[in-house]
Design a protein around this ligand. Structure first.
Ligand code: ATP
Length: 220
């Protein structure tokens, strides 16, 4: 992993989302400074993070004393307490942190965070809700949407293309999707090539417009 990817990250708010972000960053090799105003939460994270401190992130002086101005990336993972979320983002903006990510609980919260100066606003509950809805309804095994209309999905290979090399099944022409990878039971994913023959029980990774992927999955 490059040094670029291991830059220290500040995570403010160690609730369920912040805790998951912080521990994932640690696993990926980043040093993480976690900040929360709840002493019990701080105690619970002592062994998980490089450093965790108790403090009120809405106070710019507190963040300054903690050295937060030195961080290039910060995640504000406070959702329910909207005032604390917005004031924490504002404090980081005032400190000149160049890459501020903030969690929003709804659209309005998201707009306020953007206006306040957050560089990236994420909607974890909403995104996960949409994702689960697709997985439940559309016979997809996994799914990520980019923007409104483009996505990548993992799905069981439809019978109509089984036993054929991909070049002959004409997925692009007939279904307007691209098969990018194939996973065979007990094997790693491989990149799909025109010669790849699709077998029963194969899983495919496909990309394309969401509606096209859903139509392709529906025929499996
Ligand atoms: P979750 O990720 O669990 O869904 P949430 O979106 O409900 O969290 P909150 O519970 O409001 O968000 O806050 C998340 C965490 O941020 C909590 O651990 C809380 O103690 C902490 N927090 C809230 N306000 C502040 C603040 N002013 N300073 C520091 N930490 C704070």
């Amino acid at each position: 992993m490059s040094a670029e990817k291991r830059k220290p990250v500040l995570v403010i708010g160690l609730g369920r989302f912040g805790s998951a972000v912080a521990s994932s960053l640690e696993r990926m090799g980043h040093e993480v400074l976690g900040v929360d105003h709840d002493a019990e939460i701080v105690r619970d994270h002592r062994d998980m993070l490089t450093q965790v401190v108790e403090g009120d992130s809405t106070e710019v002086e507190t963040l300054e004393q903690l050295g937060c101005a030195q961080f290039e990336s910060a995640v504000v993972a406070i959702g329910t307490n909207m005032e604390a979320s917005v004031l924490s983002v504002l404090a980081l903006v005032d400190l000149g942190v160049p890459n501020i990510w903030a969690k929003a609980n709804n659209e309005r919260h998201g707009r306020i965070l953007q206006r306040t100066g957050a560089h990236h606003v994420v909607f974890p509950e909403q995104k996960m809700g949409e994702r689960v809805a697709r997985l439940v309804n559309e016979r997809l095994l996994d799914f990520i949407a980019f923007g409104d209309d483009f996505g990548i999905a993992r799905l069981k290979a439809p019978e109509s293309i089984m036993g054929l090399p991909l070049v002959m099944s004409e997925c692009r022409k007939k279904h307007d999707i691209t098969v990018v990878g194939v996973k065979r039971r007990g094997e790693d994913f491989i990149h799909a090539t025109p010669d790849t023959i699709i077998l029963p029980d194969d899983e495919l990774v496909v990309s394309g417009l969401v509606e096209k992927i859903e139509a392709f999955a529906a025929q499996s």
